[in-house]
Design a protein around this ligand. Structure first.
Ligand code: NCD
Ligand code: ZN
Length: 341
């Protein structure tokens, strides 16, 4: 048995409307808080829309009887974002600024094409002065397996030029990125899928579109290096699932939408891995304590989650209208489960 205090998922796509209603319980019941990503169909680059979305999440969590739960909001860095909007957002308690390179992933069409140009550097300066945390999807538009590594130069530039700006490398996927954590102001999130799977799971034996995500899963060496980093409880690393539900039809027909839906299995699977590697004592840091410090999170609602070592079968799909969403490890059995689930 293990008890986790106030689990936090610092990177998740909750979507909106019907999908939100169908996926939120997986997170809101078992996590104290989650950082909700702003890449909705209309990107959330203004305070009013963010607050409206926050209400939608809170109301849905109430309807689903999820108990104490806090959505943590982020603002999308689009070309039209300006100082006044950042000041307004900060006043409303929004302190995460999310940068997507234009075209890098799902919902990044309104992202930034030239990250180090003057206009965007001015935004970084303002963000630094206001105390924002800059969370970055760090990928170039080069060869797919090199994208995160190539982006390293940009992380370095921002870290050196804005030393008081906290920068988060989202969803680490390449072991060569780990070196960037030597900069005092660079931190990272790590997903479940990047520490348990490799590119072989996507295309090693038939193409599996449900395991296709950005950044793409890489080599087994990358997986193992990131796994060790997560297991170590390193205080610069928070857990961020990057759970990103897509309808099966979009996965199969629209050139394979990028995103893995991992929300239904997160805590049991993490227990399984941390136990296997005899590091269960570090799970609390990875799942909550580190994030509380890095993001300076106050007033996190209290939630105590107990997991027991009993078999848990992952559901095959969740139904959305006449479509479905297929979770990671659908139909498989895990060796831990959440008590009372
Ligand atoms: C995410 C999504 O579907 O919104 N997809 C993904 O592959 N991770 C966007 C993102 O975080 O890159
Ligand atoms: Zn994401």
């Amino acid at each position: 048995m293990i008890t986790l205090q106030n689990p936090l998922d610092m990177h998740i796509h909750l979507r909106e409307g019907e999908i939100l209603k169908s996926v939120l319980n997986f997170s809101a019941k078992y996590f104290s808080g989650v950082l909700a990503m702003p890449n909705l169909k209309i990107p959330l680059d203004d305070t009013n829309s963010i607050l409206k979305y926050k209400k939608e999440i809170e109301n849905t969590a109430k309807e689903l009887n999820c108990g104490n739960f806090m959505p943590i909001m982020s603002i999308y860095l689009s070309e039209s974002l300006n100082k006044n909007e950042l000041i307004k957002a900060k006043k409303e308690g929004i302190k995460i600024l999310k940068l997507y390179p234009k075209g890098a992933t799902t919902g990044s069409e309104n992202g930034i094409s030239e990250i180090l140009n003057q206009k965007i550097c001015d935004i970084f300066e303002i963000a630094q002065d206001l105390g924002f945390i800059l969370s970055i999807h760090g990928e170039s538009n080069g060869f797919s397996l090199e994208r995160e590594f190539e982006f390293g130069e940009i992380f370095r530039e921002i870290a050196i030029n804005f030393p008081r700006l906290k920068i988060i490398m989202e969803h680490l996927s390449d072991r060569r990125s780990i070196d960037l954590l030597k900069y005092d102001n660079i931190f990272a999130t790590i997903t479940l899928h990047h520490i348990t799977m490799s590119l072989d799971d996507v295309l090693g034996s038939g193409l599996n579109p449900h395991y296709f995500c950005k950044p793409i899963l890489k080599t087994k060496k990358d997986r193992d290096a990131l796994l060790n980093l997560a297991l170590s409880g390193d205080e610069k690393i928070s857990f961020g699932s990057d759970s990103a539900p897509h309808l099966e039809s979009n996965k199969l027909k629209q050139n394979g939408a990028a995103g893995i839906f991992s929300a239904p299995i997160l805590l049991p699977k993490l227990c399984e891995i941390f136990e296997k590697h005899k590091k269960l004592e570090n799970l609390q840091k990875f799942i909550s304590d580190n994030a509380r410090k890095i993001y300076d999170l106050q007033n996190i609602p209290n939630k105590t989650i107990t997991l027991i070592k009993e078999s848990f079968k992952v559901q095959d799909f969740i139904v959305i209208g006449d479509d479905r969403i297929i979770p990671l490890l659908a139909g498989k059995s895990l060796s831990w489960r959440i008590k009372d689930l």
